[in-house]
Design a protein around this ligand. Structure first.
Ligand code: GLN
Length: 309
């Protein structure tokens, strides 16, 4: 444990000093206001030790990291039937790309690109009012993190609702193929709101522990998912979690990971630890620039790459 604390402190110092901070996501006006000098990291190992650095307690907009949790929830409700609506292949395209949808009859490539996440959200919404579906997602996050203070940032949700024309186009296009069951506005509303959940690095790392522990929730010992499903969610994070930057992330970091345009990255070292980093400046693929660099340093020093012999 001593070593992990040292490594986390060293990474925090190194990252704080760098001047190449990336660019904030300006297409969501509310996110464009976030200070790029922020940096946080939290690591929770499977023994329950927690190592934190920098702004690890500051809540930020988790954005697409929420897609890991909506996928988990939807798999729990619908099982493998979910895969009739969404594929499991890397897209090789930006997160908000529309081109593949036409060629593939409105079935999104995977659950982590925006189109795929909208299809997953639509499944969770079926049979419920938007408010109920959103409440279910939020309570799931609070349960996993064992923290009822987690909330939705309404200003971020409203900001994206006002400017989310691309997501509206994706949702309408899928609706035309019969891939969405609910009114497009309802699905978009739930999606924008779950992307606007605010969490700190510590809360995120706590919430994702089940993915590092064969699906088990550490506090209650409950199975959130089966060991097989935990492995599969990790596989999807590795292959699709960083969109068209997924190959580079696997090459450099070597862990399943999911990024969000708020600058967060959740990474899982199976059997070892759950990790969350946050640095708001993004690279050209919309993934946290320094967040990825911090994770690269961490896996290298801890020997946590899943590809290590
Ligand atoms: N809410 C964002 C969007 O739909 C999420 C994108 C992301 O984090 N990559 O554009």
């Amino acid at each position: 444990m001593f070593k992990l604390d040292d490594v986390v402190a060293e990474i925090t110092d190194a990252v704080k000093q760098r001047s190449d901070r990336g660019e904030v996501a300006s297409y969501i006006p509310e996110l464009a206001r976030v200070d790029t000098s922020a940096f946080g990291i939290a690591v929770v190992d499977v023994a329950g030790n927690v190592a934190v650095g920098g702004d690890s307690e500051t809540p930020f907009s988790i954005q697409s990291i929420s897609k890991v949790f909506t996928l988990t929830l939807a798999l729990g409700k619908f099982g493998d039937r979910l895969w009739r609506r969404v594929g499991r292949e890397p897209s090789g395209s930006p997160f908000n790309s529309i081109v593949q949808l036409e060629r593939e009859q409105g079935i999104p490539r995977n659950p982590f690109i925006n189109a795929g996440a909208l299809a997953v959200t639509d499944l969770i919404l079926s049979g419920h009012q938007p408010r109920e579906a959103l409440g279910e997602i939020l309570r799931f996050m609070q349960f996993l993190a064992d923290d009822s203070s987690i909330t939705i940032d309404q200003a971020v949700a409203a900001s994206e609702h006002r400017t989310g024309f691309r997501n509206a186009a994706l949702a309408n296009y899928m609706k035309s193929f019969g891939v969405l069951d609910n009114p497009v506005d309802f699905t978009l509303g739930v999606y924008f709101h779950h992307c606007a959940i605010s969490m700190s690095c510590r809360q995120l790392a706590m919430a994702a522990q089940f993915l590092a522990r064969d699906g088990k929730h550490p506090l209650t010992g409950m199975s959130v998912v089966t060991p097989e499903r935990a492995r599969r969610i990790n596989a999807l994070m590795l292959t699709c979690g960083h969109y068209d930057g997924s190959g580079e992330f696997a090459y450099r970091v070597g862990l399943p990971g999911k990024s969000g345009v708020g600058g967060g990255i959740l990474a899982i070292a199976p059997g070892k630890a759950s990790i969350a980093v946050w640095s708001p400046g993004l690279d050209t693929n919309g993934n946290s620039h320094l967040g990825r660099i911090a994770l690269e340093m961490l896996t290298k020093q801890m020997g946590w790459s899943i590809f290590r012999a």
